[in-house]
Write a protein that binds this ligand. Structure first.
Ligand SMILES: O=NC(=O)[C@@H](O)[C@H](O)[C@H](O)CO
Ligand SMILES: [Co+2]
Length: 405
């Protein structure tokens, strides 16, 4: 089944998405997500200029060989741009294989281990009370696990929340330059333990709470925060410290029993191998788009299973519904799946472009049995929303030092 054509699309229905369409000689096509927030065109060029020419004429069924060809076959391995390109091709080939077999991709990955996929939703507030009101909204929508993020008194903006009550996610597609947000670890420490104390007082113990530090603390600060949060029994504390130094987590792990999660910025198993095999984390959060696709995530999950590490795939709005669908097929067929981040299926415009049958039911995703990944891409609709350069924010300490966003 030869690959005849590969098309790459960039569309901005409120934020940029990069979509790959692999078309075989008999017209069967598969879709993949190649979105790297703020660097989208780098991936487009990598694909069109350096990947597509090598794949035309190859057998679309040879998923493993093509993965190795794109990974080992390039001297400059790893990195967000390279691995998003490998990932998008990989997702598209799994999509094709499912369509040819007439089976949903999860059936090719071993079939269902569970009837539905547990999610965690986001509660982002401008202060503690607003955040707790957002938690109540999530509970009313049926979510059993909720990530709490609050603006920090005294700081203009911070991760996940903008002072004008708009969640930064909604503004993601309209940032011609990186907005500069403030950070103060001292102010953050005054807020977070209080946030979870109040949350437990108001909602009790039966709801799962999570929190994302977004890599802003040094290891000993993360250790301190982890200890302070132990009474509130978080499902996990995410990105407690910067991801590049896996050694950071030896320090954190030594001091706290708060479960730790990391991985949304990782591109290969090598980025997290030591964390997993030394059991320094409890959840690995790699995303199909950023860590090499379904083939790679399946291998990372199997490796993690040996060390009691569960998966909690990244599910931010900068991943398209194609990536989200790939996660659903992985999550439903992976024994050590833990939980899936969910921030909705995108705005109304993006839902005219990415069409799928995934259903949200009582805080879970129920997968229908469409062959392949079960998502379609409307090229005509996509053309209506031109690419617009847009960036993620950057973070500075109050003295101006550039910090981890
Ligand atoms: O856990 N989720 C996250 O940290 C995300 O919301 C990231 O900030 C965005 O994907 C960056 O584009
Ligand atoms: Co995160």
């Amino acid at each position: 089944m030869k690959i005849k054509e590969i098309k790459v699309f960039v569309t901005n229905p409120g934020r940029n998405f990069v979509t790959v369409k692999v078309i075989t000689e008999d017209g069967t096509y598969g879709l993949g997500d190649a979105t790297v927030n703020g660097r989208e065109l780098a991936v487009v060029t990598y694909l069109e200029e350096h990947v597509v020419p090598c794949l035309i004429g190859r057998d679309a069924h040879s998923i493993e060989d093509i993965w190795q060809y794109l990974y080992r076959g390039v001297y400059w391995r790893r990195g967000a741009i390279t691995m998003a390109s490998v990932a998008a091709i990989d997702m598209a080939l799994w999509d094709i294989k499912g369509k040819v077999a007439g089976l949903p991709v999860y059936q090719l990955l071993g079939g269902k281990c569970r009837h539905g996929i547990n999610l965690y939703a986001h509660a982002n507030g401008v202060d503690i009370d607003d955040t707790l009101d957002k938690v109540q909204e999530c509970i009313d929508q049926g979510f059993k696990a909720i990530r709490l993020q609050s603006a920090i008194p005294g700081l203009k903006e911070t991760y996940g929340v903008l002072a004008d009550k708009k969640d930064y996610f909604e503004l993601q597609g309209t940032r011609p330059l990186p907005p500069e947000q403030e950070w103060s670890t001292a102010k953050y420490f005054k807020l977070v333990p209080e946030l979870f104390k109040k949350a437990r007082e108001r909602f009790g113990d039966d709801i799962e709470f999570l929190h994302d530090v977004h890599s802003r603390l040094t290891p000993i600060e993360s250790a301190r925060l982890g200890k302070m949060l132990e009474p509130y029994n978080l499902l996990f504390l995410e990105d407690a410290s910067m991801a590049e130094n896996q050694g950071n987590y030896k320090i954190i792990r030594h001091h706290t029993s708060t479960p730790l999660a990391i991985g949304e910025t990782y591109n290969t198993v090598w980025d997290c191998k030591d964390l997993i095999q030394n059991q320094l984390i409890d959840y690995i959060r790699v995303a199909a788009t950023h860590a090499g696709g379904i083939t790679a995530l399946k291998k990372i999950a199997s490796f993690a299973d040996i060390y009691n590490v569960r998966t909690a795939p990244h599910g931010a709005p900068d991943l398209s519904p194609i990536c989200f669908a790939a996660h659903m097929h992985l999550n439903i067929s992976t024994t050590n799946f833990g939980i899936q981040e969910f921030v909705g299926f995108g705005n109304a415009q993006s839902q005219t472009i990415f069409k799928h049958g995934m259903r949200l039911e009582n805080g879970m995703i129920m997968l229908e049995d469409a062959p392949g990944l079960g998502v379609d891409f409307d090229e005509k609709e996509a053309e209506k929303y031109e690419y617009k350069r847009s960036y993620l924010p950057v973070s500075r300490l109050e003295d101006g030092t550039l910090w981890h966003w």
